[in-house]
Design a protein around this ligand. Structure first.
Ligand code: AMP
Ligand code: GLY
Length: 416
């Protein structure tokens, strides 16, 4: 069969690599793809956001299955367009993808279906927002509504910090802000495959959202993950499924907006149990790079079986993975691109490209997050050691990375 993958980052590179392994797959097409994916399939020069062109391509080339990476493409309604034309796609409609693109929409659904999450209020006015923050006190969390690639969130530990975040948010006309209770605990990512009814969790990963070591600096899209996460045992996974993912899927179906695709929960394990930080409507990045190398089952078969309502059992590699993100200096504040990268050929790790471009024979940086270097290990320590050994062999003057991916087993204030 022929599979089309849409996107150009590390997540899509990992998805394409896994799809290519499937015995069912003869040909892989990637729109637009990146340098790292050149050997995995045919890179197609269409803008990923041209959804009608994407559907034309799928029709003309008899694509059997399309998998979408980025949330921005989902929000444009790619699934609506594909389904209108009877094309098979594993991704949510734009209505269902709103669980990511609108924090307010996600919060309302959670409230309606009793899914645990922090208390919140929505504001469209700076003075009222500042008053609320002063009443509630710090720490408190300020989230701009809309798609912000993980960057529109400020976890404020003081009132002046919260007020500053609000002033910045409301300097944008018509902005809407969700102010949320600070959740203290251990954060993890759970991604499930769902057909709108059955929810199949993948293995757990823990992301490292802050730019610098010891969780300092601004929030980013994620600077590295490890998987599995020992602290999140099967009881906690079950609790997350029963209290969060399944009620959400069931509720969305009931409301006529069934969610098909990768349902991603950012979850906080608090002293009162699991609570939802956010939902995403897609696979995580770099979660995909950490999780998919651990999946032993045929990924494409799992997706097809699930879409056809058949039973799916996934088999996992027991080894740990550590994925270290190498990002351009100044990420996420500003973007420097065009710096040459030398990746030795003999690395043991897998190198997934997040933001690179080809300049004749050379590879150059072309984004905020540039590479995701993923290694296995029989222990977390060993996976870490293997990943960092290779990270240190990659030469580029303009890249930085966190040295503590997989080292810090807690987030927020717990155990600090
Ligand atoms: P989000 O984009 O909603 O995932 O937020 C980015 C990051 O901010 C999360 O991964 C958490 O580390 C942190 N965060 C968001 N909301 C909260 C909250 N209510 N309490 C504590 N930390 C949060
Ligand atoms: N790494 C978190 C995300 O993909 O949103």
């Amino acid at each position: 069969m022929k599979v089309l993958i849409v996107g150009k980052g590390g997540r899509e590179h990992a998805i394409a690599w896994k799809v290519k392994e499937s015995d069912l797959v003869k040909e892989v097409f990637i729109v637009p793809g990146n340098v790292g994916m050149e050997n995995l399939g045919t890179l197609v020069d269409i803008s990923e956001e041209e959804i009608e062109e994407l559907a034309d391509f799928a029709e003309e080339n008899n694509i059997d299955l399309t998998i979408i990476g980025p949330e921005s493409v989902l929000a444009l309604g790619v699934t609506n367009e594909f389904e209108k034309r009877g094309l098979k796609i594993f991704a949510p409609t734009k209505e269902a993808a709103k669980i990511e693109s609108s924090k307010e929409f996600a919060k309302e659904l959670m409230k309606k279906y009793g899914v645990p999450t922090g208390a919140y209020e929505t504001f469209t006015n700076l003075d009222l927002a500042v008053k609320y923050v002063k009443e509630k006190g710090a720490p408190i969390v300020i989230k701009e509504d809309g798609l912000k690639a993980g960057k529109g969130v400020t976890v404020a530990f003081s009132i002046p910090e919260a007020v500053e975040a609000l002033e910045i948010a409301f300097s944008i006309p018509n902005n809407k802000v969700v102010i949320e209770e600070y959740l203290d605990g251990f954060e993890f990512s759970i991604i499930a495959l769902t057909n709108g009814e059955t929810v199949i969790p993948l293995e757990i990963a823990q992301d490292h959202k802050r730019a610098y070591e010891n969780d300092k600096g601004p929030n980013t899209g994620g600077m590295g993950v490890y998987s599995p996460v020992d602290k999140i045992d099967s009881n906690i996974v079950d609790e997350t499924l029963e209290k969060i993912l399944k009620p959400m899927a069931k509720g969305m179906k009931k409301d006529g907006i069934p969610f098909k695709g990768f349902l991603f929960g950012g979850i906080m394990l608090t002293k009162d149990g699991v609570k939802t930080i956010e939902f995403n409507a897609r696979f995580g990045d770099p979660e995909a790079e950490g999780i998919l190398p651990r999946l032993k089952s045929d990924f494409v078969k799992a997706i097809l079986d699930l879409m056809e309502g058949k039973d799916v059992e996934l088999e996992w590699d027991n080894r740990y993975t550590v994925a270290v993100v190498m990002a351009s200096e100044n990420y996420p504040k500003s973007l420097t691109i065009g710096s040459e990268i030398e990746i030795p050929k003999d690395l043991k790790s897998m190198v997934f490209h997040m933001g690179t471009k080809r300049n004749y024979e050379k590879i150059e940086t072309n984004g905020g997050r540039v590479l995701s270097v993923v290694a296995y290990g029989d222990t977390l320590e060993k996976a870490k050691e293997n990943a960092y050994t290779d990270v240190n062999k990659i030469k580029c003057k303009k890249l930085f990375f966190r040295n503590d991916i997989g080292s810090k087993m807690c987030y927020n204030n717990e155990n600090k």
